[in-house]
Structure formats: structure tokens, C-alpha cells
Ligand binder design. Sequence first.
Ligand SMILES: [Zn+2]
Length: 391
Amino acid sequence: MRKISADYIFPIHAKPIKNGVLTVGDDGKIVALSTRSETDNDIELYSGIICPGFVNAHCHLELSHLKNLIPEHTGITGFIRELSKLRNIADTQEQIQCAKFYDNQMYLQGIVAVGDISNSNLTFEIKKQSRIFYHTFAEAFSCNEAETKDILKKNQDIVDCGRKLGISISPTLHASYSMCDGLFSEMKLRSERSGILSYHNQETQDENEYFKNNSGRFSEFYDEFKIPDYPAPFGKTSIHRLLDSIDKNTKIMLVHNTFTSEDDFDFAVSANANITWTLCPKSNLYIENHLPPIEMFRRKNARIATGTDSLSSNANLSIIEELLAISNSFGNIELHELLTWATLNGAEALGIEVKYGTFELGKAPGIVLIDNVDTGKMMLTEKSTSQILHN
Ligand SMILES: [Zn+2]
């Protein structure tokens, strides 16, 4: 049993507690939440604030060997060009070593659960042994109908491999622009059957331009790479490709949403009530140098979660850095709200809120210390860092 205290405790399900005390069992379960009194003893006292473990709602652990290799601000088509050249630049052992190192880094910085995209089984042994809980989205993409059968088989093999190892895994689609019709409809069906999916949505204005007006950089991209079966434009923004016909009950994580308009948002919530809008601001700044319409999402009471994306478009896999990137541009957002995105909302998106996301008694959500917080203004500072205290 440990009693842990700091300047403030953010339980997330309740208001911040000044001089709060958190009592946690050896099994990580929250036993009590109280306020410090002078008669208390055996308390570990920290400077800063304490919150539940972070949920990194969007990551690609298997791309960890690509740190610092792709230049910034290429736009998404430039980024895909570079990524396809570099993806296998390192041998398998090196890729595994990098993934293992950053799995540990994430944990030390307070991440206790991850929604992770995988196009292979490279990271599965790491996930099995990790102190982090992973839900793996086994992702497929291809714009070549001749390949569809093989890609579906490969995807099923990856899902089966994960299940055999006992990790949490389900199939998912990549994005509107990267899948031919045959693969898209079968992967949509498989995702609906599993009840949850993750989707790279409106990461660039070019995908809206392409599907709506048959213009923008995707037309050139498809031609340049002689893509045989690229999807046809349909006169609406790209979000419609998935949501025009989605099963209403499927839990959907829409990732990026950098160029989602209010009309897109209204349409999306009318098509499906169970959407989490996952934001990866540092990756957006890296690739497109643009941030999602966060004020619109807040005004609409969207369920927002946060992710790091991969090290191919980020310098670190740190949730606190993502929150800082948001508060640097949107300074009016209260810390309690930002931390809710980084904890409870990500946990709900992955369906793991029974254990993670808040300091409700009986949960074992992990305990994170954030230091160098401006507790007067209750804001993160450039010096804020996070570390795991207990899991
Ligand atoms: Zn991604």
C-alpha cells in the first residue's frame, strides 16, 4: 500500500483536489482518495500534479525505427512517398529493438494503454510482455484489386497470430484514399463484426479535394505511382466514404481530423453516435503544419482523445508533449479538460474504462506525476514532464 500526495490530484471523474492524497494497493487498485491532514504519516509527497495513467489512443509502434528520417512539412502525399521508401530501411532485429525501446519510454513517461496500428506482427511479442496494455488495430490498405485476396489473407493471419499470443487485436481500415473498393468493403465488414475500428480521417485537405472535386495532389499521386484501382471521387468530402454506410453501433476512432468541417462533424454524429475524435497535433504539425479545428470539436461536445502517431512523424511518443502542443495554440483550454482527453476519453475509445482513465475506487489506472506545472494559472509549461509513479 502506498499513500501518494502532490500539490493537486486530478481524479478526472471529479474536480482537482488541492493537497489530495491517493491511497493505492500493491495491485495498483485505488483504495482511497482524500485530502492531506497534519496527522497523516507515511505519505510520499511530490511537487506537481498527479493524474491517472495516459492513454495514447493512436500510435504505430512498429515504425519506431523511422525517427528523424522523414523531413517535416512534406504534406501527406510527400510523406507517403518517403514512408514507402524508408519503411524497411532497418532489418527486422533493429526494428524490434527500436520498438522495444520506445515501448519502455512510453511507459516511463506515464502511458499505460495504447491504441496501436500494426501492418505486421513485428511488435506482438513486445506487446505481450509490456507493462502497457495495447489494443492492436491490424490495418490493411492497397489500391490494387488483384492483391485484395492476398491482403485479406495476410490481415487475417496477423489477427490470428495476435489472438494466439493472447494480445487484444481487431482488424481495421487505413483511410479513404488508400483502399480499392473490394478491400474497403471487406475490411469495413470485418471491422463492423469486431465492433471497433480506427480510421485515418481527413489528415489532409487534398483527400477532401480529391473525393469532392477530383482535384488536388491525390490525382497526381495516383498517376505518378501508376496506382491501378484507386477509389473514384464521389462529390463529397472523404469522411463520407466510411460513414455513408457504417453500422451505427460500431465504435469508431477517427484519427487526425485536421481538415474536418462543422458540416462533416454534424454528418458524422448523425451517422454514428459512438465516435472518438483522436487528435495527434504534433504529427499534424510535422506533416501538414496545420492543427485540427479543436474549438469546433469542443463547441460540439465531441469526445476528444489524444495520440502521438508514430516516430516517423514525431520526435517523441509523449502525451504530455501533445497536450503542450495543443495548449500552446489554444491556451484557453483548462488542464482538467486536456487531461480528460489524455486519460478517460482514450480509455472509453478503446473500451477499457473499467480499469483505466480515472481514480475511481477499484480501478487500477496507473498513477502519473506531472512536474513543472504552473499551479497558479493551472497550466502546463514548456518544462512540464511526466513520469509513471505506480502501475
Ligand atoms: Zn497513424
